[in-house]
Design a protein around this ligand. Structure first.
Ligand SMILES: NC(=O)c1ccc[n+]([C@@H]2O[C@H](COP(=O)([O-])OP(=O)(O)OC[C@H]3O[C@@H](n4cnc5c(N)ncnc54)[C@H](O)[C@@H]3O)[C@@H](O)[C@H]2O)c1
Length: 419
């Protein structure tokens, strides 16, 4: 089926690159977002997020007339929903964004349309989305009641791109295509084949949902192992970076690197979607989450010890005169994404307990988030290195890689940058 018009609902880190790549293949793309500011920026041919080369692709797509953004859904042949799926306070998945996105597109759906849920979702969310759509459009038939003869095709196709490499991975990665029926999958494949060069592998919607959660839980459990090792090694006075390097010489061992915790919108969130559905069975997955979530507190203890060490070496100073610099706020290297970042949590906690000045260095952002901006200022690497007494390395951004000359300063290195 020719997809003349494709609508991407949610123009963030996933939706905007996806919309831009469809547009770069000369498809008419309508981007929908509730954020008027994002819509205005995109319609000017600019972008509101940081992702290498995306600005050029969006600029070309908008100026050539293939991409247009709006706050109100319009008719299209395919809809891809890429809205947030956070969890609530009790770690239960919050599907309200999917609910409002699906209710917003329901009025413009027509017979033959394809609706794809791209948001990372707990098992059953695609069926839930289909139920919301069916409730809003009793005049159309849906796969849950009409199977292969339904008017509307529905699939879950999770996204597994790496921030910072999204444009390349969108095209090259294999895709899991979980249609509610085989015809739904077939139509979804024909849509993705517009730009995907990786393999499109068919399964059902529930398995596709679980596949994405499994990928991120697997990463979370592996990182928890590395983080636990770092705490064990600290107790035993062993350099964890050296230990992991040595252990990884074993041909079948590949331990990941420890860090200050686990952040981002995916790995720190998605495992809870498994735990919430199957709390009795998901014991290891829950424990890994708890290990990773506890790591920032361990780092705070290390910062307290570092300040005490500095004061011991400088008995003429008080804690009020000790300047701490936090290097990095993003949840991982070389991106501007601060969501669920352990570096933010650690910086906030340092501000709360430390009576002296705290500096933040984050080369990928222009201004601090609201949670920090009244308490500290954003500082350049050089002035933080000059002014700070205690350095706390939280992200291994490329700009920090040659900081080993600061080794003479007291530091807490959560990433092994100064090792
Ligand atoms: N960022 C990643 O690296 C990544 C990777 C794989 C999967 N995912 C998943 O993709 C989904 C989207 O993530 P993201 O990082 O793009 O989020 P994001 O916050 O960057 O973007 C989501 C966008 O959706 C918009 N939005 C919210 N409600 C809406 C609605 N009802 N209608 C239209 N727009 C709406 C928001 O304004 C925002 O611009 C999530 O489920 C996430 O878990 C993200």
């Amino acid at each position: 089926m020719p997809f003349n018009t494709i609508s991407v609902v949610g123009l963030g880190y996933i939706g905007l690159p996806t919309a831009a790549v469809f547009a770069s293949r000369k498809k008419q793309v309508i981007g929908v977002d509730v954020n008027q500011n994002a819509v205005d920026i995109i319609n000017r041919g600019q972008i509101h997020i940081v992702e290498p080369d995306l600005d050029m692709v969006v600029h070309a797509a908008v100026t050539e007339g293939y991409l247009r953004a709006t706050t109100l859904p319009e008719p299209a042949d395919a809809f891809l929903i890429a809205v947030p799926t956070p969890f609530k306070g009790d770690h239960e998945p919050d599907l309200t964004y999917i609910e409002s996105a699906s209710k917003s597109i329901a009025p413009v759906l027509k017979k033959g349309d394809l609706v794809i849920l791209e948001s990372t979702s707990p098992v059953g969310a695609t069926e839930q989305m289909a139920a919301w759509l069916a409730e809003a459009r009793p005049d159309l038939s849906f796969p849950q009641t009409h199977g292969e003869s339904s008017d509307i095709r529905i699939a879950h196709c999770p996204e597994r791109v790496l921030p910072g490499h999204v444009l390349h991975e969108l095209v090259q990665n294999d895709r899991v295509i979980g249609g509610m029926t085989p015809k739904c999958s077939a139509l979804a494949i024909s849509l993705y084949k517009i730009f995907v060069q990786g393999e499109c592998i068919v399964t059902n919607a529930r398995t596709a949902e679980m596949c994405k959660l499994t990928e991120n839980s697997s990463r979370d459990v592996s990182i928890a192992f590395a983080n636990e090792l770092s705490m064990i090694c600290d107790k035993l006075d062993i350099n964890v970076w050296e230990l992991i390097r040595l252990a990884n010489r074993h041909p079948r061992v590949n331990i990941l690197q420890p860090g200050p915790g686990v952040g981002g919108h995916c790995i720190a969130v998605d495992p809870w979607f498994i735990v919430s559905k199957t709390p009795e069975q998901a014991r290891l997955i829950r424990t890994a989450r708890e290990v990773n979530d506890s790591k920032p507190l361990w780092v705070i203890d290390k910062v307290k010890l570092a300040v005490a060490e500095f004061l011991q070496a400088n008995p003429d100073k008080t804690a009020r005169e000790v300047t701490i610099a936090c290097f990095g706020l993003a949840f991982k290297a070389d991106i501007d994404d601060l969501r669920e970042s352990p570096a933010i949590e650690i910086t906030q906690r340092i501000i709360a307990i430390h009576p002296g000045p705290v500096l933040a260095v984050e080369p990928n952002i222009m201004e601090l988030p609201n949670s920090l901006n009244e308490k500290i200022s954003l500082t350049s690497i050089q002035s933080a290195m000059n002014e700070a007494d205690v350095l706390v390395l939280l992200v291994d951004h490329k700009e920090f890689k040659d900081m080993s000359k600061t080794l003479d300063k007291v530091h807490v290195d959560t990433r092994g940058i100064l090792r």
